[in-house]
Design a binder for this molecule. Sequence first.
Ligand SMILES: [Zn+2]
Length: 252
Amino acid sequence: MTSLNDIVKYTNDLLNIDQFRDYCPNGLQVQGKAEIEHIVAGVTASKALIEKAIDIKADAMLVHHGYFWKGENPVISGMKYDRLKALIEAGISLIAYHLPLDAHPVYGNNAQLAERLGFKIEGGFAKNGNSDIAQFGQLSATLSANALSDKLEAVLDRKPFHIAGNNRKIQSVGWCTGAAQNYIEDAAALGLDAYITGEASEQTFHAANELGIHFFACGHHATERYGVQALGVHISEHFGLKYTFIDIDNPI
Ligand SMILES: [Zn+2]
């Protein structure tokens, strides 16, 4: 048993949450039981994740996509009411980390993705406060676009959407998990061969072609599965908690 307050304080400090200007609150979003024995991690605090957490009698839920996003309707009704009611009735705390979890050099989504893909990290770009939200570096070997696409598919278990903005083989890459397609211009300005993220927009097609950069959209969920797992394993080991990762698959 560990107190909820200790877990939240430790994790807030670990992820330097005060350094970020984010679109949602980071840290504790919904308060549940004061003592935690079993913590669940998942990408998004959907109803499906809450129901699984209730089934396995979790005390707290650690997620990347929580609630209370800037600009959303603040009224607690409908889908939002159902989710909050289920959490509160079960006494499950919701702990969420958005940008601080993308950017963390060890447990972050970008760092964890780079590790799985064998990318050598050389630096970052797209600043938020003092932190880089995106990373760049080198592949372990130069690859054709098709070979990189196959590698992304093998690791992420999902076929990437590729726009061939140039005919070059790929050695240098930039990457940012999630919906970071708008950083394609920053990646091109760094002279990178390719940029990898989760989602694409209509304008991304033209941007990739006009900027002359390979673009790969590999899935928002698929690219953001790893940070919360690395953090969940670390927290559970640090505090001696029971830990379960629940993957609610999402094709987007
Ligand atoms: Zn995301």
